[in-house]
Design a protein around this ligand. Structure first.
Ligand SMILES: Cc1ncc(COP(=O)(O)O)c(C=O)c1O
Length: 404
């Protein structure tokens, strides 16, 4: 090693040595690692079908892009208020009225840099050291890692076919104790696509309020349900918080805009923390998001939703036909949670095999918790039907090839 590279190496090691202890309890996002390997294979000339990441393949709807371009033309791109543009908060409050018939005061809305910052901001405000948050396993992995970042503890509620892949009230009651801060639910769920009913949400909200805890419902896949629309927890009671995003239904992942609907009385607290953690959400993204709520954009998004439904129906029946076990058709988001035990290997091994041997990237259950992660793979249908057909063809050929 030359002198320069040797000193760089020492510097890199030193960075590792200085890390805070809590990093050890935070796992990498395997889906991202898998995508990195998939991209590496692509760079080496291999064709890869991407069913690993939860990102819609559609471009941002053109009314949104045009609004952002118009906004940029005057070149005035300054900070906004720490919890967002007042006109966007008003438009979001109106969305709850038109979509759900729920009256929300714009003061209850805080705009954030995507659902991720909404969760970070909310958990920074609600988590005391050592306090416990109950959440589904399998479930969205970042939630438990954000909680650990703030010194809280995550407590798993094991979900499976017997619970319709969502926690039950009984599970919440059983795990509730003096240290419990609250419950985090995700509906529609990542990774299972299961959706909570209004009655279920109401019963959780009532219990959590009675206990003096907080209920956070992540509704970032709202709008993407294929039979009935999902019920919202917004405005349900004074202990219920909703997290939402322009990333999924609105096809705006890279614009980084999301929001919180908090009970009355949290606005100043959220604003104070947002000022300190983020200064403000992205200004361009917020102006673009205003156009995302216009009827002409919604029309485009509703047509795309029908495409998602067609993809879901195709993927669900093909995976069953290949021999995966799937417990009920997922009713929302863009994921199929498939049991791979019929193929005789654990999901991590199978995901690696599918990537390396047939160029199909899927996510192993490992990302989503410890409740039998080795049994499941998550297939995302956030890619075109043609790509899905190619991927399914490759999987079918690989897994069902006759033994020679
Ligand atoms: C359940 C869930 N919540 C939150 C997020 C964060 O998304 P974003 O920060 O893009 O809004 C994701 C992204 O995949 C998700 O699946």
């Amino acid at each position: 090693l030359g002198a320069l590279s040797y000193s760089l190496l020492l510097e890199a090691q030193a960075v590792g040595q200085l890390k805070a202890k809590r990093n050890d309890s935070i796992a990498p996002f395997y889906a991202m690692e898998l995508m990195r390997r998939a991209r590496e294979l692509e760079r080496s000339g291999k064709s890869i079908i991407h069913m690993e990441l939860g990102e819609p393949d559609f471009p941002t709807p053109s009314p949104v892009v045009k609004a952002a371009q118009r906004f940029l033309e005057n070149g005035i791109v300054h900070y906004t208020s720490a919890i967002g543009l007042p006109q966007l908060k008003e438009a979001i409050a109106k969305l709850y009225q038109t979509r759900h018939g729920v009256l929300i005061d714009p003061q209850q809305v805080a705009i954030t840099a995507g659902g991720s910052s909404a969760l970070t901001l909310l958990l920074s405000v609600l988590t005391n050291p050592e306090s416990e948050w109950l959440m589904a396993d399998p479930g969205y992995p970042c939630n438990r890692h954000i909680i650990r970042t703030f010194g809280g503890l995550d407590v798993a509620l094991n979900v499976d076919r017997s619970t319709r892949f969502q926690p039950t009230l009984q599970q919440i009651k059983d795990k509730w104790n003096g240290k419990t801060a609250g419950v985090i639910l995700v509906s529609p769920s990542n990774p299972t696509g299961s959706v909570l009913t209004k009655e279920e949400i109401q019963s959780f909200a009532d219990f959590v309020k009675e206990k003096g805890g907080a209920l956070i419902i992540d509704e970032v896949y709202h709008g993407l349900t294929y039979e009935e629309s999902a019920a919202t927890a917004a405005g349900m009671n004074s202990n219920t918080f909703v997290v939402q995003s322009f990333s999924k239904y609105f096809n705006m992942t890279g614009w980084r805009v999301g929001w919180i609907v908090a009970p009355h009385g949290y606005s100043a607290l959220l604003e104070k923390m947002a000022q300190n953690l983020f200064i403000a959400p992205p200004t361009i993204g917020q102006h673009a998001a205003l156009a995302a709520l216009m009827p002409e954009t919604i029309e485009i998004l509703e047509a795309r939703k029908l495409e998602f439904k067609e993809r879901r129906d195709y993927l669900y029946s093909e995976l069953l036909d290949i021999g995966f076990k799937i417990e009920g058709k997922p009713s929302g988001a863009f994921y199929v949670w498939a049991d791979c035990r019929p193929f005789g290997r654990d999901s991590f091994q199978l995901a690696n095999e599918l990537l390396e041997n047939c160029g199909v990237a899927v996510t192993p259950g490992l990302d989503f918790g410890s409740h039998f992660p080795e049994h499941h793979l998550r297939f995302a249908y956030a890619t075109s039907l043609d790509q899905l057909k190619e991927g399914i063809g490759r999987i079918r050929q690989y897994l069902l090839k006759p033994i020679s």
